[in-house]
Design a protein around this ligand. Structure first.
Ligand SMILES: [Zn+2]
Length: 189
């Protein structure tokens, strides 16, 4: 049904499975976040995404041992190395997989599953920004899952390296369209 202005959004729910990364070989991949902290993070992610009527349901949180990969060489992009160290056999076919690691070059990334988020992001504060920068990075990367592009307007959720959380009407429209498609795909057996 087309969205008319002034009409309240119908809620679109997408399931998320969180993997807390563990690694003996590469301690920087091992997150210190607890399950309780992750649910707090998703409370704020959902507060941010409520402006678009989109909700991310936390279906499960598990611990996932990283593959024992050789340390990163300087000519490999950090995100590519981190992604290669994450085994995909515990991913959920019916939800969006989100992995948390301790240290990483970028604050987060998504270029095909999984979403990966660093627990120590570097960012600039803006007024009205997110309380928890990890929640902001998670919400930003989920924006990429919903096909949103970077938008360097200080207070916008899709600005890089800031903690802004706002979405403009076009972003809301695009994100909802994509969320609807994903919800349809994920619900198929
Ligand atoms: Zn980004």
């Amino acid at each position: 049904m087309p969205l008319r202005s002034g009409e309240p959004f119908s809620l679109i729910s997408l399931r998320v499975r969180v993997h807390l990364m563990e690694s003996n070989a590469n301690p920087r991949l091992q997150t210190t976040l607890t399950e309780k902290e992750v649910s707090g993070i998703f409370d704020e992610v959902n507060a941010i995404w409520s402006q678009a009527g989109i909700r991310f349901e936390l279906e499960a949180i598990d611990r996932l041992q990283a593959l024992d990969l050789a340390p990163k060489r300087w000519f490999i992009k950090d995100r590519d190395w981190v992604k290669a160290a994450i085994p995909t056999n515990h991913f959920s076919p019916g939800s969006i997989d989100v992995c948390f690691v301790k240290d990483m070059g970028p604050n987060g990334f998504f270029y095909g599953e999984p979403v990966v988020v660093c627990e120590n992001p570097e960012f600039h504060k803006v007024s009205g920004g997110a309380k928890n920068p990890v929640a902001r990075v998670t919400a930003h990367e989920l924006g990429h899952v919903l096909f949103l592009q970077h938008l360097q307007e200080r207070t916008n959720l899709m600005a890089s390296g800031k903690n802004g959380v706002s979405l403009n009407p076009q972003e809301i429209k695009d994100a909802r369209n994509r969320a609807q498609e994903i919800a349809g795909q994920l619900s198929q057996p």
